[in-house]
Design a protein around this ligand. Structure first.
Ligand code: FES
Ligand SMILES: [Fe+2]
Length: 406
């Protein structure tokens, strides 16, 4: 019988080998920064991090060595400012998060209100030709989608709604807002940012790389190679829908965790949560498979939202060089109602962390072998179609910006 390829859904993608230079070429990296990161909507954090007026958090943007203040004003508006005083550039907020009635620089005491207006200058008479009205904090464009706060460094970029296109409404309705309990893990990797995304975007590796962790939850039964359930592309964004093993037998501790964890403990590493009660938006489990495990959504360029039954988590990859990336993973749980649920969450957090470490473990070896020139092209499997797609849209974005083939 003729095999059906998921790659055939996307006739714009080749099936041939893919040149790896965009994974290590410093010049290409500079072009990506300019063409992609300088004008894309990038995720800063979640609205639940700043529920009260005066709440703020600091978002570092390693790609541009930039620090941003994300703050909810007294008028309840969320704004984003450059974390840089207009006097001599000191960072105004030094703590990662907090609540403040005003933004006061701790160097010479210039003070700004929560809309960024410069309100007070110590010994102002000693300054020359001062126009306070033009010396507010520099505001960065921001917009919110489903509780995710995005920013864009390009004043002329299209709106966030236009940027997201069809994936925006497709995922709207998933209960992102219930995950108010967060955890975060981060590290620096000697790897290209796209390769870090790649490592979370295909399931071909699941039976082998994850043989001691999630191989039996996302592969097995009649899908021993972990074939994708579906792949959907929305402009530059995408969803890979991953199979889930309904016959998975939880490990002994996982059984206990399910018993005590309830919804608060739903996890991708230990089998299926109760999805039947969730009303999923059309973009989640888009083919409505009865064997649905998780969806890996990539909001171009660097936000991965992994949606599972009852919980979700995000990866963000911030390139700092052709072969260097700052990676962050943020998980969102429903708040634990009991001590047992809290312990269960901790257990699943460790399971997830260890599984993700298996993914990250390969990256520096891959990078080494493309940087030393031994490996010149990648051969993508049908179920690595997401990698082929990402490669394609990155090239297209850079070409579109520069107006010439790359
Ligand atoms: S740098 Fe902020 S008050 Fe001087
Ligand atoms: Fe993996």
């Amino acid at each position: 019988m003729q095999r059906e390829y998921i790659t055939d859904k996307f006739p714009n993608l080749s099936k041939g080998p893919v040149d790896v230079s965009m994974y290590h070429d410093p010049e290409f990296y500079e072009r990506e920064k300019e063409a992609i990161f300088s004008s894309s909507w990038l995720m800063a954090g979640r609205v639940e991090q700043i529920p009260n007026n005066g709440d703020y958090f600091v978002r570092t943007v390693p790609t541009f060595r930039m620090s941003l203040i994300v703050i909810r004003g007294k008028d309840n508006q969320i704004r984003i400012f450059q974390n840089a005083c207009r006097h001599r550039g000191n960072a105004i907020c030094l703590e990662k998060q907090g609540n403040t009635p005003a933004l006061v620089c701790k160097f010479h005491g210039w003070a700004y209100d929560l809309t960024g207006r410069l309100k007070a200058i110590p010994d102002a008479g000693g300054m020359f030709d001062l126009d306070k009205s033009s010396l507010g904090l520099v505001e960065v464009r921001s917009a919110v989608w489903n509780g995710f706060i995005f920013f864009n460094l390009d004043e002329d970029a299209p709106s966030l709604e236009q940027y997201l296109g069809d994936i925006g409404p497709a995922l709207t309705g998933y209960p992102f807002d219930t995950g108010t309990s967060r955890f975060q893990i981060a590290c620096s990797l000697n790897s290209n940012w796209k390769a870090v995304i790649d490592s979370f975007s295909e399931t071909y590796h699941v039976p082998t790389l994850h043989r001691y962790s999630i191989a039996e939850t996302l592969a097995g039964g009649n899908n021993k190679f972990g074939h994708l359930v579906d792949a959907v592309h929305y402009g530059y964004h995408r969803t890979a829908s991953v199979w889930g093993n309904n016959d998975y037998q939880p490990k002994p501790f996982q059984k206990i965790a399910y018993e005590f964890g309830g919804d608060a403990g739903a996890s991708i590493t230990g089998g299926q949560g109760d999805t039947a009660r969730l009303t999923l938006p059309r973009g989640v489990n888009p083919s409505r498979s009865s064997n649905w495990g998780i969806d890996v959504n990539v909001i171009f360029p660097n936000l991965v939202i992994v949606i599972g039954p009852g919980s979700y988590f995000c990866h963000q990859m911030w390139p700092v060089g052709a072969g260097k990336t700052e990676w962050e993973m943020t998980g969102f749980w429903q708040p634990a109602q009991t001590a047992a649920q809290r312990i269960v969450q901790e257990y699943f957090m460790v399971e997830l962390r260890d599984t993700v470490m298996e993914d990250l473990n390969t990256l520096e070896r891959l990078q080494c072998n493309i940087e030393n020139g031994v490996v010149k092209e990648y051969l993508y499997h049908d179920h690595e179609v997401a990698l082929r797609f990402h490669h394609h849209v990155v090239r297209e974005a850079v070409e579109r910006f520069s107006g010439a083939p790359v």
